[in-house]
Design a protein around this ligand. Structure first.
Ligand code: TSB
Ligand code: ZN
Length: 644
């Protein structure tokens, strides 16, 4: 047999017989590596450990430490699921079963719906098959043989039919199971150590609603039992904190299909939180030299043709509206309106920076599959501002926006966030304006600004705005899923599109730079985050109801109302539970509503002009005068305390 040369990751080269498999190579390096091996990378392509290598190649053995391995491992677990389903329910037809970010799924066509009990049975069967230590073997099949073999498996036939080439690959799992699949896979089922089936959902074949509906079984798999348990624990925690569930339970917001998807309705309590957030940020901005403006939610489409939104951001915009002789469009961003305000009078270098801010409502055509509660919506109000400044002022403005962000996060109790420098994708001139010089400059300015503040960041190509690079602040949910909240963006494009100017000290006209920035993101996304951060138990200063007065009997109803009045006139948000229920019941309800303070009043409290204070977390706080309770809650309000 002829020899080939393999190159290992350390650069060393070895002559080996042609047809050698990655597992042989792993064994020759060390038995431990061979044991830990999951899959291999051969000239950039993922290979089964047993697949022969037939030409000179660079070879890397991947273990559970390499991110690709988990994908392969989960894909193999999906095959295990399919094999178990076929053993239990042989009439089932197989669709596809890929790994996904959180695990894997497999789509099945079966007349009878799977039940939760079936899931348990299937999981048991999977363990049974796992214990047989069956190899995943790669098999090459001619297309015509495949079509014959899969004659009664309609989805597989379609997939094989669509596949180019004469021969396709399949993977066996023991003598009975074979699946049309590109692979690669782990060598055998003994590698699979920890998995769990999670749910059943409907899914259309190929994601197309005109196609047949299938049953999708979701599961997840990890290399160790511990990782699986940690994940399941986080999943529980995510369910407990889910802002969509809490939004309903705590009566914060609702989405009504009669209005439309992605168009939430804020209920009184949610609206209170939003208003507090709005008032808070407006006040901080006033203190930081911003001027607030109001502008309409729509404009003629020509405005967006001029700005470049129409060319580069069209896919995210709502369709045009014909109005008499004009074509109008809902705005996807507020910048063009603010630009026209800047332009409404002559500006001198002495006026700069001009900082125009607005809680600006904007509309984006987010695809229905991407919508989620308040965190991704189609109508949203952004804590927006556009700073018009000289190039020399960018750094200083950038760092004061950053200070504003840090202050806001502190007051809101947000402690965990990361910085992301979002850059363009150079190849994509459809999504990003095509002007190398401008991009280079913008990116350099942002990098320098971050470096001089000494802040670490990761870079994300393709995530920039169409008009310039952004410094995004990323917050993650319990599952580790990240979204952008605050953003600071440097823009040389729009000032030039609108030919903006200011008169410099030299008496000549110069072009300002624009900084787009949002401190607390959209009200929607930030409130969604806060609901999950606090699992609905908002800090006192943000709680929609700060105290509930709970009369023990009807006799104290009058007294309870006077307490409510005194507290309300001091600016505290208070309810009274006057229902003829036992006080323990009322306490439980207030607790479920996560109201920070319960003020229990009976005859004795009434006689002494006092309240019996209960805290939602710390329980009984003893009897206090109204004044001392008021002083306490006022301090929490004024200091925006976030821990209790
Ligand atoms: C900062 N023109 C700039 C503005 O001046 C702008 O609109 N930037 S943006 O496109 O990045 O959006 C700002 C922020 O809005 C994002 O960082 C994100 O936090 C929030 N946001 C974007 N899309 C949605 C959405 N569909 N639902 C909720 N919030 C969103
Ligand atoms: Zn903007």
């Amino acid at each position: 047999m002829s020899n080939i040369e393999i190159t290992l990751p350390d650069g060393s080269k070895q002559p080996v017989p042609s047809g050698v498999s990655p597992i042989d190579i792993a064994k020759s390096i060390s038995p431990r590596l061979a044991d830990a091996a999951i899959v291999a990378r051969v000239d950039g392509e993922l290979y089964d450990l047993t697949r022969p290598i037939e030409k000179d190649a660079t070879v890397q053995i991947l273990t559970s430490r390499d991110p690709e391995s988990l994908q392969v491992y989960r894909h193999s677990t999906a095959h295990l699921l399919a094999a178990a389903v076929l053993e239990l329910f042989p009439e089932t037809k197989l669709g596809i079963g890929p790994p996904i970010e959180s695990g894997f799924y497999y789509d099945f066509d079966r007349a009878t719906p799977f039940t939760p009990e079936d899931l348990e049975k299937i999981e048991k069967k999977m363990w049974e098959i796992q214990k047989r230590h069956l190899p995943y073997e790669r098999v090459y099949t001619r297309k015509e043989d495949g079509l014959r073999k899969y004659a009664d498996a309609w989805m597989k036939c379609q997939l094989i039919d669509e596949r180019a080439g004469e021969v396709f690959t399949e993977y066996t799992l023991g003598p009975q199971f074979i699946d049309f699949c590109r692979g690669p896979h782990v060598p055998d089922t003994s590698k699979i150590k920890a998995f769990k089936l999670l749910s059943i959902a409907g899914a259309y074949w190929k994601g197309d609603e005109h196609n047949k509906q299938l049953q999708r079984i979701y599961g997840t798999a990890f290399f160790t039992r511990q990782d699986l348990e940690d994940y399941l624990h986080r999943l529980e925690e995510a369910k407990r904190r889910d802002h969509r569930r809490l939004g309903k339970e705590l009566e914060l917001f609702t989405v009504n299909e009669t209005v439309g998807s992605g168009l939430p309705l804020w209920l009184p309590k949610g609206a209170t939180i939003r208003r507090l957030l709005e008032e808070y940020i407006l006040e901080r901005e006033r203190a930081s030299g911003y001027q607030h403006v109001y502008t309409p939610d729509l404009a003629k489409v020509d405005l967006y043709k001029r700005s470049g939104h129409w060319e580069h951001y069209h896919d995210d915009m709502f369709p045009l509206m014909d109005l008499e002789t004009e074509q109008m469009v809902l705005r996807p961003m507020n910048c063009p309106h603010h630009i026209l305000i800047y332009e409404s009078k002559q500006r001198s270098y002495r006026d700069l920076p001009v900082r125009l801010a607005e809680l600006g409502t904007m509309y984006r055509y987010e695809r229905s599959g991407a919508l989620s509660g308040l965190s991704r919506v189609r109508a949203m109000t952004l804590n927006d501002a556009h700073i018009f400044c000289t190039p020399d002022q960018i750094k200083e403005e950038f760092s004061s926006v950053m200070k504003l962000v840090e202050r806001a996060y502190r007051d809101l109790g947000i402690t965990r966030y990361t910085y992301r420098l979002s850059l363009r994708d150079k190849a994509n001139t459809e999504k990003f304006v095509d002007n190398d010089e401008m991009w280079e400059l913008g990116q350099r300015v942002l990098r320098e600004a971050m470096d001089s503040l000494g802040l670490p960041y990761t870079e994300a190509p393709g995530e920039a705005a169409f008009y310039g690079p952004k410094l995004d602040i990323q917050l993650a949910d319990v599952m580790g899923h990240e979204e952008t909240y605050s953003t600071i963006q440097v823009d040389f494009h729009l000032p030039s599109q609108f030919a903006l100017t200011y008169v410099g000290a030299d008496g000549k006209e110069h072009r300002p730079v624009m900084i787009h920035r949002a401190v607390v993101s959209t009200m929607e996304r930030m409130v969604a985050y806060l609901i999950e951060l606090y699992a609905g138990a908002f800090p006192v200063w943000l709680a929609p109801v700060q105290a509930a007065v709970l009369p023990i009997t009807d006799r104290q109803a009058e007294y309870a109302r006077t307490i409510q009045q005194s507290l309300e006139s001091a600016g505290i948000r208070v309810t009274v539970d006057e229902r003829s229920e036992k006080v323990n019941f009322k306490i439980r309800e207030a607790q479920l509503q996560k109201i920070p303070y319960m003020l229990v009043v009976g005859d004795r409290e009434q006689q002494n002009g006092q309240v019996s204070v209960r805290h939602r977390k710390h329980g009984d706080q003893g009897v206090k005068t109204l004044e001392s309770f008021l002083a306490e809650i006022r301090t929490l309000n004024d200091t925006k305390a976030v821990s209790e």
